[in-house]
Design a protein around this ligand. Structure first.
Ligand code: CU
Length: 66
């Protein structure tokens, strides 16, 4: 399981968008988003580059901060 911080989420719609977008990436499952802490956790069933994730998140208007 991996954890990233995502900046810019403000409501359940943001949470749903981030979840949906991450689940579109081949290899990512079990995406959990905690709106209070901005923490996003996911499971990689095969290796996924962090850059791929960062790009996907910024594509939809949010930012991975670490
Ligand atoms: Cu929102």
């Amino acid at each position: 399981m991996a954890t990233i911080q995502v900046k810019g989420m403000s409501c359940e719609h943001c949470v749903a968008s981030v979840r949906k977008r991450l689940l579109q990436i081949d290899g990512i499952t079990d995406v959990q988003v905690d709106l209070q802490t901005n923490k996003v956790t996911y499971t990689e069933v095969k290796p996924v580059q962090l850059d791929t994730i960062k790009e996907a998140i910024s594509e939809i208007g949010y930012e991975v901060t670490d």
